[in-house]
Design a protein. Structure first.
Length: 136
């Protein structure tokens, strides 16, 4: 079961007792990124027509990323690569790319511009927000 054997970089997976379509889990900021050391709580809501349609995933912890805007993820992240044979483990692994791959269509313009123009300033901002919002 996924809650007892989560993908690498994912912890604290739980399914709401009163709503089996809502999952809560924590993504650990990957090593080698400015997110390292952070713990990002996320939710995934499975639609009624899952697995034909991917879940809606939200980052509940405040994060500075080109791929996230006010908790919402770039929809392309899941819809483009989605198929009914994919599992929640795949969703969680795909979510890790939010922290490492900024080449997709960004939705947070401020983060995307800073990442593209001044990588050191981008990393400093991420590290500051990680320390304030996502540290244990």
């Amino acid at each position: 079961m996924l809650t007892q054997n989560p993908p690498a970089g994912i912890t604290n997976i739980s399914v709401e007792e009163n709503n089996l379509l809502r999952w809560i889990f924590t993504v650990l900021g990957p090593e080698g990124t400015p997110y390292h050391g952070g713990r990002y709580v996320c939710s995934a809501v499975l639609p009624d027509n899952y697995p034909m349609v991917p879940p809606t995933v939200t980052v509940l912890t405040e994060i500075f990323s080109p791929n996230v805007d006010q908790g919402k993820l770039c929809e392309e992240l899941f819809k483009k690569e989605w198929g009914p044979n994919l599992s929640m483990a795949h969703v969680m692994q795909l979510l890790l790319t939010v922290f490492t791959d900024f080449s997709r269509a960004p939705i947070c313009e401020e983060a995307a511009l800073l990442w593209g123009s001044n990588r050191a300033a981008f990393e400093a901002r991420v590290q500051e927000m990680t320390r304030k919002q996502a540290s244990v």
